[in-house]
Design a protein. Structure first.
Length: 560
């Protein structure tokens, strides 16, 4: 039986022209060979699986080619190419052995002897220092080619002695074309969308793509379909993202949540879904303009679906959606309930609505269409009528007698025939809730100013204090019950407080207190005056400011 060879080795490039996705590097190296401008040291750096070691081997063969234009050099003897794995030979002694070999000239009368050091960043600092002198001034026949995936770990003194070539990630389309050519040579049926999924999953590394290609060819029986690829590579289907986006456009929260729950049942986690949804929104965004359409790296059938959906979604909604998805991705790991975080993000996306005719980027949460799911009209409650203390409009003359109101046809003094209600029926709190006033304003002089006793005041004051206590504001409650208010006149109430902190509590709720007292005591001319109890203020220091003021006035002495 013939020995099986993986595609990454079987179809490894042997010439510069067959290297995939690195035209800038290969063209530069070919021109250097043709013009006889070879440096004594090269550094190839970049991600894994992009062709660094492959280009190093091709360069090592090409420098000894008899024909300068024939840079392939497949016929060159391998004796003049020496490879060293720095991952397992990273000590000073290993570098010293390499330096000893450099003294030996190339065999068979060849011009150059090439040394390839792979994973050069694994060398120790002492090994780097031992290698410096030889790297800077090697023999005229020696060429060093260093390859690494972690350029930042190499000493600057090494970098300054090398020509640096940065290898880029291989583009998705270049990778798809290469996989398609291999599939044709191996007689493997492969759908274009399936090859695009493999290329995207490889993340720019051709070696990873070839490994997945071999695995999937075995799994599918040499028939690579889109469904089989996403099942084997654990990739979320495009259809889910299109369905979620349709739900967002239609503002269908239940549909979006049910689709997300189906995704979770298939074994995908929330963050994987968020990353895919963000990529989906990004693809829709680039489809909005023909200039950026080239940034969409998908199969033709999927690209057409993106174009159609991009026409139905607003640009502002896409930008807002990308922002909210990004925030959810940032907060995902810190969230205690990650599923709820994703669901909340979906509900917010479904609730975004661009308001036409308003200023740009004005989005509204929870659109009215969501409430229409209840299939019933929303009935607005009547707004309560408030009696303002200060009225600027003309006053309405209303009789102040407590006797029964006249008949609608009667036109007594000070009463309009269309009203037919006494002033107490309007002012009493219970009557305000039961009857709807037809007047728009009242004169301040016509508001009631009934007299009240100390007992009535204390009872009303206590009720307000209990209301404050129900709001869990214990500090203000204690201030209210610490002493009783005093009646100065029929319209003025005085209350003693101990310090400025208590005054701040009153400043916050004084208007509510006055309104409560006026309505319950039926006297709308009540005013409240606060006075600080000087006898208590001298001995109580509630804040640092109180202490400082006391020190300045010499009422508080520090111990000697």
């Amino acid at each position: 039986m013939e020995q099986y060879i993986v595609s990454a080795r079987k179809y490894r490039p042997s010439t510069f022209d067959t290297v995939v996705g690195q035209k800038a590097v290969t063209n530069t190296l070919k021109n250097a060979i043709r013009n006889n401008q070879l440096a004594q040291a090269f550094l190839f750096c970049g991600p894994r699986g992009v062709g660094k070691t492959t280009c190093a081997r091709i360069l090592a063969k090409a420098v000894n080619s008899e024909d300068i234009d024939n840079v392939d050099g497949d016929q060159i003897d391998e004796f003049n190419v020496i490879e060293l794995d720095a991952a397992s030979n990273n000590g000073v002694d290993d570098i010293r052995n390499l330096i000893d070999q450099v003294r030996i000239p190339p065999a068979a009368g060849k011009k150059y002897k090439t040394y390839i050091i792979d994973e050069v960043h694994m060398l120790s600092a002492a090994a780097f220092n031992a290698f410096l002198k030889t790297l800077e001034e090697p023999p005229p026949y020696a060429i060093f080619i260093l390859a690494t995936t972690e350029k930042h770990k190499i000493l600057p003194t090494i970098l300054s002695r090398c020509q640096i070539f940065d290898f880029q990630r291989i583009g998705i389309q270049d990778m798809v074309d290469h996989l398609a050519s291999i599939a044709q040579k191996e007689q493997i049926l492969a759908e274009p969308d399936a090859l695009h999924i493999i290329a995207q999953k490889a993340d720019g590394g051709l070696r990873d793509a070839l490994s997945m290609f071999d695995q999937l060819a075995t799994f599918t029986g040499r028939n690579l379909t889109y469904t089989a690829v996403i099942e084997n590579l654990n990739v979320l289907d495009y259809d889910y993202y299109f369905t979620i986006t349709d739900a967002i456009i239609e503002q269908q929260i239940p549909k979006a949540l049910l689709t997300f729950n189906e995704i979770l049942e298939k074994g995908f986690d929330g963050q994987h879904f968020l990353l895919g949804l963000g990529e989906h929104f990004r693809n829709l965004l680039v489809c909005k303009d023909a200039v950026t359409l080239s940034l969409l790296e998908t199969g033709e059938s999927v690209k057409q679906r993106y174009k159609e959906q991009a026409q139905n979604i607003n640009l502002d909604l896409l930008i807002q959606g990308l922002n909210r998805i990004n925030q959810a991705d940032i907060n995902y790991r810190q969230s205690k309930n990650q599923k709820l975080l994703v669901e909340l993000t979906l509900m917010m996306l479904c609730s975004l609505q661009y308001q036409e005719g308003e200023k740009k980027n004005d989005l509204k949460l929870i659109p009215p269409s969501f409430y229409n799911l209840l299939n019933r009209p929303v009935i607005a409650e009547p707004k309560p009528v408030r009696i303002e203390e200060k009225v600027s409009s003309p006053a309405v003359n209303i009789a102040t007698e407590t006797k029964a109101p006249p008949a609608p046809s009667a036109k007594g003094p000070g009463v309009k025939a269309s009203l037919g209600v006494s002033i107490k029926d309007i002012i009493t709190p219970k009557k305000v809730e039961e009857k709807e006033l037809t007047t728009t304003s009242l004169s301040a002089e016509d508001l009631p100013k009934d007299s009240f006793s100390q007992e009535q005041l204390e009872s009303c004051w206590k009720k307000f204090a209990e209301m404050i206590r129900s709001r869990q504001r214990e500090s203000f409650y204690n201030t209210l019950v610490s002493r009783q208010p005093e009646i100065i006149s029929n319209s003025e109430i005085k209350y003693l407080i101990d310090n400025a902190v208590q005054r701040k509590d009153f400043d916050r709720d004084q208007s509510e207190l006055l309104e409560f007292l006026r309505k319950n005591l039926n006297n709308f001319s009540i005013t409240l005056s606060l006075e600080i109890n000087k006898s208590q203020e001298k001995n109580n220091f509630y804040t640092d400011r109180d202490k400082l003021d006391s020190i300045r006035s010499f009422d508080y002495l520090l111990p000697c």
